[in-house]
Design a protein around this ligand. Structure first.
Ligand code: CP3
Length: 340
């Protein structure tokens, strides 16, 4: 089906665009009362993720309510470790929790590369329903966690400020680490390809914990696998968002991907110098700006757009939108980008 608004895809490919496209990481979720209404009627987050019709509905909400230029499929990066044998719970007000984690080589023996078509069919079903209900209005973004970030949850078992168990595992058990990262990479490639064949128009890799590794560790255990995934995905444009990986930007020039996500700490001018318009940059307004009044939001959004001027760009925040931000403030950000 031909897309009515394909700004995001043209911007990703570096083609001509009439204006900068805009969407928000974590736009499908708790900022919208319409989301909370659906979510509160269910047993929890996982039921929503695993019910394709409802996942499709909350995926489309921000397109209708906020008028963003793309939808992102409602799911979570943690469905991948679950499909490999480590199931998780989403604990209310706390976050993810895995009762089993990886500690030894024996634990890795129990990890398998799943048949994603079978194990993660609910995600592909949600993508198909979303594509049909979007009726070509805007592109649909698929996603996965990057191998290092998924590895971090598999070792740590929950969120952490330092991810010190996962990080020290890299030092203590480099071979086992590569073995596990390889299994995650293979699963992720199959998973992203299946998302694309189900209808995802672009896919994004989230390396949310890239920034806690040393430069050397990230090159060896992080970026190496991001390279492999980008090499394998030819079917749709790819975005790589490696939060906090400032020192890896230079090395990301060689990635076979179209777009690089920048967090709010990354220097736009440095990124422009590195990428020389050969890739699209995505980001990077500080999500906290959205707590400000309309004047502040407009001013900071325009400053951000001006800083990216002259370079291929997709407007977004520097990380996910915070759950207690008012939807009207989010709309102000979106409208400011659109009218610039
Ligand atoms: O709108 C979208 O961006 C699509 C949906 C989406 C979710 N998670 C839904 C979600 C996406 C793209 C993610 C990615 C994700 N999940 C990441 C990478 C992006 C990032 O923020 O760095 C990570 C690290 C996770 C793991 C995860 N999921 C955590 C740590 C938590 C708890 C903390 C939190 O942010 O809520 C989740 C839960 C989660 N994932 C919720 C949603 C809407 C909240 C659960 C709820 O509704 O109760």
């Amino acid at each position: 089906m031909k897309l009515e608004n394909d700004l995001l895809l043209r911007a990703a490919r570096g083609q001509k665009i009439e204006r900068t496209p805009v969407w928000l990481m974590r736009q499908a979720g708790r900022i919208l009362p319409e989301y909370r209404q659906i979510r509160n009627a269910l047993s929890g987050f996982k039921e929503l993720v695993e019910t394709p019709q409802l996942a499709a509905e909350v995926t489309i909400q921000p397109v209708d309510i906020l008028n963003v230029d793309a939808a992102i499929i409602f799911s979570d990066i943690l469905v991948v470790p679950e499909s490999m044998g480590l199931s998780y719970e989403m604990v209310e007000k706390k976050g993810p929790y895995f009762s089993k984690t990886i500690k030894t080589s024996n634990d890795i023996k129990n990890i398998s590369i799943p048949d994603v078509h079978d194990n993660l069919s609910y995600v592909f079903e949600a993508i198909k329903i979303t594509k049909s209900e979007l009726k070509g209005k805007v592109p649909l973004i698929g996603f996965a966690g990057a191998p290092w970030t998924i590895f971090a949850y598999m070792i740590e078992g929950q969120g952490s400020k330092t991810f010190s168990k996962a990080k020290s595992f890299l030092y203590r058990e480099p071979e086992l680490s590569h073995q596990l990262l390889g299994l995650i990479t293979e699963t992720t490639i199959a998973y992203l390809k299946a998302q694309i064949s189900s209808g995802a128009d672009l896919v994004q890799l989230f390396d949310s914990w890239a920034g806690i590794l040393t430069h050397q560790q990230y090159e060896e255990f992080g970026m190496k696998y991001v390279y492999k995934i980008c090499e394998a995905i030819h079917e749709a444009p790819v975005t790589v968002f490696a939060k906090g990986a400032y020192s890896a930007l230079e090395n990301m020039k060689g990635l076979k991907c179209e777009t690089i996500g920048l967090d709010w700490n990354m220097s736009i001018s440095e990124a422009k110098t590195i990428f020389q318009n050969q890739k699209t940059l995505q980001g990077n307004l500080d999500p906290c700006v959205l707590y400000g009044d309309y004047n502040l939001i407009k001013q900071k959004t325009k400053e951000m757009l001006n800083s990216f001027a002259g370079h291929r760009h997709i407007a977004n925040l520097g990380h996910g939108v915070y759950p207690d931000v008012s939807p009207d403030h989010v709309k102000c950000f979106i409208e400011t980008v659109k009218s610039n």
